[in-house]
Design a protein around this ligand. Structure first.
Ligand code: AMP
Ligand code: GLY
Length: 443
């Protein structure tokens, strides 16, 4: 027998250097996960289903959609995947974790009973009420006349939300009763969101500044990531319709140290304990979308996964290997982990296809990617891209997330925009004010 090299054996025990990872999803968040996991000394092979052109540089892309959970489990079984990471919410709410467990496969993410915190707004609101977690006052309905009579009493503005997942379109602020009637009719009677609109939540319209607070949890221990902020509307100064997110930065100065403690004490801890108490132990990434108004915080939503595009700047700042964190969560040993973060802020500018969030063209060639590939402190995460005749082409509404670190938020913004200015395609669009709110607060 050959003498094992004691130094390398200690650093990377053989059992661990051969990990095969499967990442489920194919957007900017998943490219960031793949990029981060590819840096782990524990990982040998990465597969991503379905992936995209950027992901294909680090991983073998497998043409299975993220919601085809049976096919994914069977693929993972056939390749003896050591750990699967789930990016989007849909497979989680469909029960991908249970499906993988049936094969004895290790998978990172909450099971269906816990992912319901994102899958059902009624569930999330009732959980918050039960545990005194600050959120907008609300009522739930399945009958249009009752919903309208409630609204007539309480007035507008209000926010109407379909209970289930609606591809980011199920939340509608309304300014008048006429508007409300149309929205209620479309959800409850016309069923534009199918079963996801069998019930609706009507809640108070909140004002303030939004921010995202995302934690790792194994259902016992909670490790916060640095705060972040998304930019949902399509145009500068938060004008126009909402999108999946046009950019993000981390940290978000609107979340002060005092507010962070408040969020941990008044939101994250009661949710994680409350879920465990109901037999719905939450193991994975718990994301709170918050409305912040001075010292007042209110939860707008919970997500059972990483944010997109918040993951891009957050993981650019993570110094620690992510794979042991995922493993510790699967094994419910997160108390053994500590995570180091880069002090420097990071900013992600999303480059989108003209027309998004409405209809847009696909298949346009993207120029300039190679030129900035080696720029230090800059990563271009692909969201909607594909390879066509060896060229990277647009393949979605959100196309790229140009992400940069900087010594200050101003420098991170400059670095991200300077990189974005080298990338071109016919019809490329991006907001010019990503990070402005952080700059204003730092003044
Ligand atoms: P949600 O999916 O529930 O986070 O809602 C999507 C977006 O709708 C949020 O990011 C907010 O911009 C907006 N929103 C949701 N709930 C409210 C509310 N109660 N008041 C004002 N805006 C809201
Ligand atoms: N950035 C918003 C989300 O991931 O839901």
């Amino acid at each position: 027998m050959l003498n094992p090299d004691p130094a390398s054996a200690t650093l990377h025990p053989r059992k661990e250097v051969i990990m095969k990872i499967l990442v489920v999803g194919g957007g900017g968040r998943e490219h960031t996960l793949v990029w981060k996991v590819a840096q782990s000394p524990k990982v040998k092979t990465i597969y991503c289903a379905p992936g995209n052109a950027g992901i294909a540089e680090h991983a073998e892309c497998i043409p299975i959609k993220a919601d085809e959970i049976k096919k994914l489990a069977s693929f993972a079984h056939s390749r003896a995947i050591d750990l699967t990471l789930v990016g989007p919410e849909l497979p989680l709410t469909l029960g991908i974790v249970e499906e993988f467990k049936r094969y004895g496969l290790r998978i990172f993410g909450p099971d269906k009973d816990a992912a319901i915190i994102e899958g059902s707004k009624l569930f999330a609101k009732d959980l918050m009420k039960k545990h005194n977690i600050p959120t907008a006052d609300y009522a739930t309905f399945d009958s249009p006349p009752e919903a309208m009579s409630y609204l007539r009493k309480r007035g507008t503005p209000a926010v109407i939300k379909a209970d289930g997942l609606a591809a980011g379109k199920g939340v509608v602020p309304v300014q008048s009763l006429d508007e409300a009637e149309k929205v209620i009719d479309s959800m409850l009677t016309q069923k534009i969101f199918g079963k996801a609109g069998n019930q609706i939540v009507i809640e108070d319209f909140l004002t303030g500044e939004e921010a995202s607070f995302i934690v790792f949890t194994d259902g016992h221990t909670i490790l916060p990531m640095p705060s972040s902020q998304d930019h949902k509307p399509i145009y500068d100064n938060d004008q126009g319709p909402n999108t999946g997110g046009m950019g993000a930065y981390s940290p978000a100065p609107v979340i002060t140290t005092a507010l962070q403690k408040k969020i941990m004490d008044e939101v994250m801890t009661p949710v994680v304990r409350g879920m465990a108490g109901e037999g719905r132990r939450f193991k994975g990434i718990l994301y709170a979308g918050l409305m912040i108004n001075g010292e007042d915080i209110k939860v707008l939503e919970f997500n059972a996964r990483f944010g997109d595009p918040e993951t891009q700047p957050i993981l650019m700042r993570m110094k620690t290997d992510l794979v042991p964190v995922f493993e510790a969560i699967v094994d419910e040993q997160l108390d053994r982990i500590s995570i180091q973060w880069d002090e420097r802020p990071a900013v992600c500018v999303v480059m989108a296809s003209k027309g998004y969030p409405g209809s847009y063209q696909k298949g346009t060639a993207i120029e300039g990617l190679k030129e900035i590939q080696s720029t230090v402190n800059v990563e271009v995460f692909h969201a909607g891209t594909a390879l066509q005749d060896n060229r990277v082409v647009t393949n979605g509404g959100r196309v790229l997330g140009v992400t940069a670190l900087g010594d200050t938020i101003a420098e991170a913004i400059d670095n991200a925009y300077s990189a974005a200015s080298h990338i071109h395609w016919d019809g490329a669009y991006y907001r010019k004010d990503i990070g402005k709110k952080a700059l204003n607060r730092n003044k």
